[in-house]
Design a protein around this ligand. Structure first.
Ligand code: PA5
Length: 464
């Protein structure tokens, strides 16, 4: 394992009364064993098929790479249509592993198409996309596990229609490929009928756990990323997360520390990477943590209303906004810092610059400065008695990103097991989906529409 996990600043020995006692970890051996068994014994089963994703064989990887190259060679732009778990994996991995201004680079330098991941249905965003792409040389990956999601289906309809007008019915089919559950869902049926290339998603891999399935791998292949190393990293982390001793299992340990923190009222979990490439890892984390752990009932059906609100933060940018709150506000947060030892580039702050300003900075590098600021934040948090732990990546590459993603998935699964909830369902999002269907006039939702229409707003609570 390349990642390092330092949880000193979660402990009372470092941060005082708001910290966790080492004995609390030792005393909870039964809880650790139960949480570990809950996840590991179900590995590869039910909704835990995601644990198998890193084991993809070489032939399948080669096929993906060959397909990716075939698209890369002819596409000027590549557009992913998806939302939630069907978009965040492609977003966070591509942001971590591609040049930070990938789309602005000249084609000869970037070597892969411009990338757009469309995870919203803002009409201005769709119109803006159509303004900047040349649809005749753009390829679209429609990603939806269920094949039923309104947002993704509406995007597909709009763009398939635009494609047919631009290149003709037959050629349009070559511009679309679909990633969805094999043999199931409306989009699967349409894809078969229209003759689109289909990439399957195993039935036991849920949206927010799907980044290492075809949901992520197809876009990564198109963008020319190193899938083999990504999966290798994920496999290495899987092995680390299968260690039964909590003291050597990073995901089990931090899940437990978060669980204890939740029990003591630390209901906010801040994810704070110190690297722009990892900015969207926070979005990935926020989704998996919120949608998996925010639950009304436990597995026994008892009302528990648990969960920890995830918050995104970026070092060093948010040192100048949120860190004030983290160090002096309520003791209701756990801050996870992600540090990077060695950045992909090094930028000097020239020692020989004659402008008489910032003398203390001259001769250093931005690399030194960002890591000094990260350590300074850790220090300030510790001094203020705030719970925090640091994950360090030696560098950001496909292997370490694979490790980080797998760690997030295992950490979430273990946290759900400690809480005794179903980590893999999301009943809370259903009501909104049904109300949308009703308002947009989908057949079968007439009574829901009546229910919606019966809701009256009181004018006296509206300010105009
Ligand atoms: O994690 C989840 O299950 C959700 O966020 C889904 O990924 C999201 O709702 C999109 O669903 P689908 O992939 O079925 O279009």
């Amino acid at each position: 394992m390349k990642l390092r996990f330092d949880y000193n600043n979660m402990m009372d020995s470092a941060i005082g009364s708001h910290g966790i006692k080492a004995s609390a970890i030792d005393k909870a051996q039964k809880a650790h064993a139960a949480a570990f068994a809950d996840v590991i014994e179900n590995s590869g089963k039910g909704w835990q098929e995601w644990t198998e994703s890193p084991l993809l064989d070489k032939t399948a990887v080669d096929e993906l790479n060959a397909f990716g190259k075939s698209i890369r060679d002819k596409a000027t732009s590549f557009v992913v249509l998806g939302i939630g778990g069907s978009a965040l994996g492609p977003i966070c991995v591509c942001n971590a592993l591609l040049h930070l201004h990938h789309n602005e680079l000249p084609k000869t330098v970037r070597k892969s198409p411009k990338l757009y991941v469309e995870d919203n249905i803002d009409p201005e965003r769709m119109a803006a996309l159509l303004d900047v792409i040349d649809i005749k040389t753009t390829y679209f990956n429609v990603i939806t596990k269920s094949g039923e999601t309104s947002e993704t289906l509406s995007q597909f309809i709009i763009l398939y229609n635009a494609l047919k007008k631009a290149v003709g019915d037959a050629a349009a089919k070559e511009h679309i490929f679909v990633t969805t559950t094999d043999g199931k869902g409306s989009l699967y049926e349409v894809a078969v009928k229209e003759g689109f290339k289909i990439f399957g998603i195993p039935s036991g891999v849920g949206g927010r756990f799907s980044v290492l399935s075809n949901v992520g791998l197809v876009p990564f292949a198109v963008m020319g990323l190193d899938i083999e190393s990504l999966l290798y990293g994920a496999k290495t982390m899987r092995e680390a997360c299968e260690r039964p001793d909590i003291r050597s299992n990073p995901a089990l340990m931090t899940a437990f520390l978060q669980y204890l923190s939740m029990k003591s009222g630390k209901n906010i979990s801040v994810m704070m990477p110190y690297a722009d490439g990892l900015k969207y890892m926070s979005d990935f984390y926020c989704q998996i943590w919120a949608e998996s752990l925010g639950k009304a009932v436990n597995k026994a059906g008892k009302t528990v209303n648990v969960g920890q609100t995830p918050a995104k933060s970026l070092g060093v940018t948010d040192q100048h906004s949120q860190v004030q709150l983290y160090t002096e506000g309520p003791f209701d947060k756990v801050i996870t810092i992600i540090g990077v030892d060695s950045f992909g580039d090094s930028v000097d702050i020239p020692a020989d610059e004659s402008a008489e300003v910032g003398e203390f900075l001259k001769g250093h590098t931005l690399n030194e400065l960002i890591n000094a600021e990260r350590k300074a934040t850790e220090f300030a948090l510790k001094k203020a008695g705030r719970s925090n732990f640091t994950i360090t990546m030696p560098e950001v590459n496909a292997e370490t990103v694979g490790e980080l993603l797998m760690y997030f998935m295992y950490e979430t699964a273990f946290a759900g097991a400690y809480l005794g909830i179903d980590t893999f369902n999301q009943p809370g999002v259903e009501e909104g989906k049904k109300a949308t269907f009703a308002m947009i006039g989908r057949a079968g939702y007439e009574s829901k529409l009546k229910e919606l229409e019966s809701v009256k707003k009181d004018e006296k609570f509206i300010i105009k």
